[in-house]
Design a protein around this ligand. Structure first.
Ligand code: MV4
Length: 491
């Protein structure tokens, strides 16, 4: 949807591919042309390079945007596009290869005089790990070279734990990535995850577009992101930005990319890894820069030069993104697929909703259960929080469970409002949250009660007094009831 919107504004015909599970999906309905590429399992459809290239040839597509996930960071796909004479909207396979692997990216960073966390640059045997750990000092973090998202990662606080942790991380990495190679870093205690958006054309120009605060993660899954980060001042911003540009240019990177850093409490920043794709959370950067990153990716892919320089990039205001997932908070946030039988989406000043679903669509279980991203922009962080809270109260998804309640809870948290958090905060908050189930079910009960109250009021509408009284009571006590009344008025 996001890519096709940019195409349409540029007058570019869009061609969608879909698996059988997505035959009725929103992106299929929106595209100018749509082609089936196989059964629901991604390995038989969205990950099948030859099927996607076959559609590109059949449709006469000149370029492919890989989106996020699936093949978006697969150098083989980028190379296959190039061989087929189809422009891959993203970096070259070589740049992707160099920066996509954790160890080669750390090496590239070190060579570009970019601060990396003290530790090893190459993969290590168990004995080498013990040696490097002794040199950098415990606690240390063992990480999978082919890894990401925390898989194959082990925190080792004491030397006596190293061997067992090494073996566990190695087998986990082997199972998850088919590659058990591990490297080691000094532990950064309670870091922030702050990432810098870079954009480079094919003529050697590379700029940074500010940073995104991505520390609020649940089990290494980003939940809420912001731009700018409340802990980054203009000096730190330019130092991190110039660093991100340096490592990107050293690798000959082009198109949109994200350089991830860990930032410790003393504001020291360390290169973590680079994401060689456009990220899910890119809209918060778009909201504070006023740029359309997908349009710029397409222009870069068409050989255009960046239409601005670093000095033209100005950040204005504050943006927050909530990732709306079809997850059941009462059931350990497991995916909660099913039919969306009611969908009321927020709107109004400073609100953007990038949705991939519609009322009546059945969310399949085959893919990541992300439904939409809700973004709120306002001149300051407190105003953006208030606006997001207002928008979340307007959001209603009926028929499936979602994590909407989680955001209402996070945004009213005092520590969050002070921007006092790090990468472990949300996991800690959730494990300490006794009434997780109650909160969500209480919210649902309120909604059902409100809808019932309004239906009753509407049916009692014939004798206005009762109807009005019931409507008034429906509207008085909670946002859910206000929402339900609005709904009834719509019918
Ligand atoms: C770390 C770290 C502390 N010290 N490395 C998690 C997955 C991958 N993105 C890197 N991660 C971390 N690496 C060192 N040397 C803490 C984390 C970490 C983390 C980082 C970013 C966002 C969320 C996180 C959650 C837990 C741990």
């Amino acid at each position: 949807m996001r890519v096709m919107r940019a195409c349409r504004e540029l007058g570019i015909v869009s061609v969608a591919v879909f698996s059988e599970a997505d035959r009725a999906a929103l992106h299929v309905r929106y595209a100018d042309e749509a082609y089936p590429i196989g059964p629901p399992p991604a390995r038989e459809s969205y990950l099948r390079i030859e099927k996607i290239l076959a559609v590109a040839k059949k449709s006469g597509a000149e370029a492919i945007h890989p989106g996020y996930g699936f093949l978006s960071e697969n150098p083989g796909f980028a190379a296959a596009c190039a061989e087929a004479g189809i422009k891959f909207i993203g970096p070259t396979a070589a740049a992707m290869q160099k920066l996509g692997s954790k160890t080669s990216a750390r090496l590239a960073a070190r060579q570009a005089a970019v601060p990396v966390v003290p530790g090893s640059l190459e993969a290590l045997t168990r004995e080498q790990a013990a040696k490097v750990a002794a040199e950098v000092g415990y606690p240390v973090m063992l990480k999978a070279a082919a890894g990401g998202g925390g898989k194959g990662m082990r925190l080792v606080r004491h030397a006596k734990e190293l061997n067992a942790s090494y073996d566990a991380a190695c087998s986990e990495a082997m199972n998850a990535f088919g590659d058990g190679e591990l490297y080691l870093e000094k532990l950064i205690e309670r870091p922030r995850h702050i990432e810098v958006q870079v954009l480079a054309d094919e003529h050697g120009h590379c700029v940074y577009l500010g940073e995104r605060e991505c520390s609020l993660q649940r089990r290494h899954q980003k939940v809420l992101e912001e731009a700018p980060s409340a802990m980054v001042d203009p000096v730190l911003r330019s130092r991190m930005g110039e660093t991100a540009v340096r490592v990107s240019q050293a690798a000959g990177y082009t198109s949109a990319g994200t350089v991830e850093f860990l930032v410790d409490a003393q504001r020291n920043f360390y290169f973590l890894e680079m994401n060689t794709r456009l990220q899910v959370e890119h809209p918060v950067t778009e909201m504070v820069t006023g740029l359309d990153l997908v349009e710029l990716q397409i222009r870069i892919a068409a050989g255009e030069k960046l239409p601005f320089e670093q000095g033209d990039v100005h950040l204005r205001g504050h943006a927050i993104e909530c990732r709306l997932y079809a997850e059941d908070p009462e059931n350990n946030f497991f995916p909660s697929p099913g039919k969306i039988d009611r969908l009321l989406v927020p709107a109004g000043p400073g609100i953007r909703e990038d949705s991939g679903v519609y009322e009546g669509w059945t969310v399949p279980l085959d893919y990541d259960p992300l439904l939409s991203k809700l973004i709120a922009w306002a001149p300051t962080r407190p105003l953006a929080i208030a606006r997001m809270q207002r928008a979340l109260r307007e959001y209603f998804v009926g028929g499936i469970k979602t994590n909407l309640g989680l955001f209402r809870w996070i945004l009213e948290d005092a520590a969050f409002q002070r921007a006092d958090f790090d990468t472990s905060t949300l996991d800690r908050m959730l494990s300490a949250k006794p009434d997780a189930e109650q909160t969500e079910s209480r919210a649902n009960e309120e909604a059902i009660a409100a809808l019932a109250a309004v239906v009753f009021a509407a049916s009692a509408g014939s004798n206005g007094r009762n109807g009005a009284k019931a409507m008034h009571s429906a509207a008085s006590s909670s946002a859910w009831k206000r929402l339900a009344r609005q709904e009834a008025l719509r019918e």
